[in-house]
Every structure is written in structure tokens, then in C-alpha cells.
Design a binder for this molecule. Structure first.
Ligand code: ATP
Ligand code: MG
Length: 216
């Protein structure tokens, strides 16, 4: 199973959602969980030391003769049942032809749950293998407009990070983007504090675990 998390605007909460979903699946212990970092913040959100070796972007930019199996060697442990492929060092978008399709195929064939934080809208090859593609968005008109322009919108569901005092609600976001909201997460200072203190993995706030538990 492959779950892709992405957004159309910076700071929406995508990495926090991807990390929290992975921790939720890992706690269930049903099958191994792999997080793939294509945006760069997952080690910090999970309070891991910054990985030094190669990562996903090095593999994407490598010659075609570097096999998909090499991705296995990039995995670093996070907690019991959860591993991470870090972003790596080549973050300027160089991708060898055919690599997205090859990576997507490897991820789809992997036993257990794979969660990919792509940051920006995902490559079509990842969307093609995704069981779930989650657009993480605030109730923001500019973000909804940007998402709606991606025709077709490559999402199977929206995770709405709700903010008090906004004019737009769930219904308006659903109709603007044309995708259903499958979870609502409040903008909660205790979530930001847990991330800042490096405690997200140790103590997932209820305001995240409850809505995401229903998605997972
Ligand atoms: N539900 C929430 N409530 C409060 N703060 C949150 C919530 N979700 C995320 N944050 C905080 O908002 C900031 C941005 O979160 P995050 O890095 O997950 O967003 P992002 O969409 O991945 O951003 P980027 O575009 O930089 O990748 C962080 O400081 C995080 O702690
Ligand atoms: Mg991020």
C-alpha cells in the first residue's frame, strides 16, 4: 500500500501528517512501515540525527544501471516497525529518465505500508501506484485555487488543517478542489510544540492521532 502526502503551499502541515500517519501504522504493528522523504523535513520532525549517507534524490539522479534494490540500502531505522529513506543530497530536481516509474514500482511491490512525503504535487508515476493520495491543505482560498488548477487534481482525499476564524470551511474546500475531505486536523499549538520539542514520535498528540487513526 502506498500513501502519498503533498500540498500546494508551503507550511500546510504535510510533513507532520506524513510522519503521524507512519507512526500510527507502525504502532499497530501489523506490517512494516516505510517513510520516503522527498521534501527534506522528516528527520527533523521525527527528531532523528540528520542522515549523512545517500538518499532518495541520489537514487533518482543515478545512472539507470543502479537497480531499484539499491533503495533498500538507503533505509534507516526510526522506531520499531518504521524505517525512513532520507531525501539525500541532490535536491535540485535532477531525475534520470524512467526513475520515477522504477521507484514507484519498487514502492508498490514492497511488503507493508509506504508513506511518501513529496512536498509538492507528486510525479504521475507515484500517483499511478498510490492507493491513497492526500492533499494537505488549510482552508485557504489561494491554496484551493492552486490545487483546483492541477487538472486532474492528483488526490483521492483531502486532509484539512482547520484554522479558527477562516471564511472557508470543509464544504467550500471540497467544492473548490473537487475532492472529499477525509480528515480534519485542528491547528493546535500542542502539535507545533511537540514538533519543536522533538517529541512527536514519543507522544503523538490526540488532535493528530484521532483524525488520522480513522484514515489509516
Ligand atoms: N495541525 C497543526 N497544528 C499546529 N501546528 C502545526 C500543525 N501541522 C503542522 N504544524 C506546524 O506548522 C509548521 C509546518 O508544518 P509542516 O512542516 O508539516 O508543513 P509542510 O506542509 O510539510 O511544510 P513545507 O512546505 O515546508 O514542506 C511546523 O512548524 C509544524 O510544527
Ligand atoms: Mg514538508
Amino acid at each position: 500500500m502506498v500513501i502519498v502526502c503533498w500540498s500546494v503551499k508551503g507550511g500546510s502541515g504535510t510533513t507532520v501528517v506524513a510522519a503521524s500517519l507512519a507512526l500510527t501504522y507502525a504502532r499497530r504493528g501489523a506490517a512494516p512501515v516505510l517513510l520516503v522523504d522527498l521534501a527534506g523535513d522528516l528527520p527533523a520532525v521525527l527528531a532523528l540525527p540528520e542522515p549523512e549517507g545517500p538518499g532518495a534524490t541520489d537514487w533518482l539522479a543515478a545512472d539507470a544501471d543502479v537497480a531499484a534494490q539499491a533503495l533498500e540500502r538507503l533505509c534507516v531505522p526510526v522506531v520499531d516497525g518504521l524505517e525512513l529513506i532520507p531525501i539525500g543530497s541532490i535536491t535540485h530536481g535532477d531525475v534520470t529518465a524512467g526513475r520515477w516509474t522504477e521507484m514507484a514500482g519498487w514502492l508498490a511491490a514492497r511488503h507493508g505500508t509506504v508513506i511518501v512525503d513529496t512536498g509538492a504535487p507528486p510525479d504521475p508515476a507515484l500517483v499511478a501506484v498510490a492507493t491513497t493520495s492526500l492533499l494537505v491543505i488549510r482552508p485557504c482560498y489561494l491554496a484551493a485555487r492552486k490545487a483546483a488548477r492541477l487538472q486532474p487534481v492528483p488526490a483521492t482525499g483531502i486532509v484539512l488543517v482547520t484554522e479558527p476564524g477562516r471564511a472557508l470551511g470543509r464544504r467550500q474546500i471540497e467544492s473548490a478542489v473537487g475532492v472529499v475531505v477525509i480528515a480534519e486536523i485542528p491547528l493546535d499549538p500542542s502539535i507545533a510544540r511537540a514538533v519543536d520539542a522533538g517529541l512527536l514520535a514519543a507522544r503523538l498528540p490526540m488532535t493528530l492521532s484521532r483524525p488520522l487513526g480513522r484514515v489509516a
